[in-house]
Write a protein that binds this ligand. Structure first.
Ligand code: AMP
Length: 348
């Protein structure tokens, strides 16, 4: 177990993504809270009274400096990773940060690397879209993705080798990638995208389905507002930049399978990336017209879609009978494991 005192724990995260929800949840569970905040965002975060301590930095890069890590450790902080950590740092850097992390920091590499990601989803026996390794094999509508947690930025759709080459040229000119090796091609799944939020507690070996959302993406979600004839005239190529999230409840008959998928994922994660996936994760995919879920991605940590449910979701209300956000669920797990001297089960 990492060297951490059991009293006066402080919950700490980077000021971005879902930090407000995480620290609000920590405060609801009576923890002290600490935000690593870029100076340019201080005016935003100073408004929230549940943030006890703000550590100002010029940029998040400072997180990689040893003296800064020492400072966080001295404060007795548990660090909660989220999407901004993954988009800011390489997996090597993340693994080296000498601060106790909530959850399994080693699985974040499996989220950032699309080949490892596919391996874990296949090992979990989830339905996954066909991955296309060779651009000459593109024979249907496919989506081309960058590595890492870019929130859909830079994605484009292709239907043959020529449209792939054209899209790659644009991304190289924009400086987003250096070669076509930097992308991953996946079959485009027809249906409706849904993001399933889970929490796994190693203490009771239970998967909890906490909520669901759909993303509001620009400009793909705006395209339907233009008549189809004019879409052709302006030659729109949709982009998938996440702007926000929309709440969702599922048909009740889908829930059984939702739980099964979460449990299969937890089992595979334990096998492939010990200690597995304590804490929040998200299965991200498309429900096809026959109600089958095809998982195109996972996030191995809290997702920003959970920001919808600061007061709890319909699903967390039914499980806990009180307002339980994902941020608060994390804090609850820390509180309980700490009182049982089992922090080693949830920290890496
Ligand atoms: P991601 O950031 O990878 O979760 O995906 C961003 C967006 O791209 C999703 O919200 C979907 O709208 C879309 N998307 C990603 N993968 C697929 C896929 N295989 N088929 C259809 N849509 C996809």
């Amino acid at each position: 177990m990492r060297n951490i005192k059991l009293k006066n724990l402080e919950i700490c995260t980077l000021g971005s993504h879902c930090s407000l929800q995480v620290l609000k949840g920590a405060k609801d569970e009576n923890f002290s809270t600490c935000l690593i905040c870029e100076k340019k965002r201080y005016d935003l975060y100073k408004r929230y009274s549940f943030i006890d301590r703000i550590l100002l930095v010029d940029s998040f890069e400072q997180m990689l400096e040893k003296p800064f890590q020492q400072r966080i450790k001295k404060l007795n902080c548990i660090f909660i990773p989220h999407g901004t950590l993954i988009s800011s740092f390489s997996p090597d850097d993340i693994e080296k940060i000498d601060v106790p992390f909530f959850g399994n920091r080693y699985i974040l590499r499996w989220e950032a690397d699309r080949i490892l990601k596919e391996k874990l989803m296949v090992a979990a026996k989830l339905n996954v879209p066909r991955a296309i390794r060779d651009k000459n094999d593109i024979d249907r509508l496919c989506i081309v993705k960058l590595h890492g947690a870019a929130g859909g930025r830079g994605y484009f759709t292709v239907w043959d080798r020529n449209s792939f080459d054209e899209g790659i040229k644009k991304l190289i000119n924009l400086g987003s990638i250096s070669s076509e090796k930097d992308v991953y091609i996946q079959e485009y799944v027809h249906g409706v995208p849904v993001f399933l939020h889970y929490f796994y507690s190693p203490l009771c070996n239970e998967v909890e389905f906490m909520g669901a959302d759909r993303r509001y993406e620009s400009d793909v979600d705006g395209i339907a507002r233009i008549p189809s004839k004019q879409q052709l005239n302006v030659n729109i190529e949709p982009t998938y930049n996440v702007i926000g999230n929309i709440p969702l409840v599922l048909r009740e008959s889908l829930l059984e399978e939702v739980y099964k998928m979460g449990e299969k994922f937890v089992r595979a994660a334990k096998k492939l990336v010990p200690p597995g996936i304590p804490g929040p994760f998200c299965l991200e995919g498309v429900y096809t017209k026959d109600g089958t879920f095809i998982t195109f991605e996972f996030s191995a940590r809290i997702v920003a879609g959970t920001n919808l449910y600061v007061n709890g979701s319909p699903y967390s209300e039914m499980l806990f009978g009180k307002e339980m956000s994902m941020g608060r669920r994390i804090a609850t797990e820390i509180r309980i494991t700490n009182s049982n001297n089992q922090l080693n089960k949830i920290l890496t």
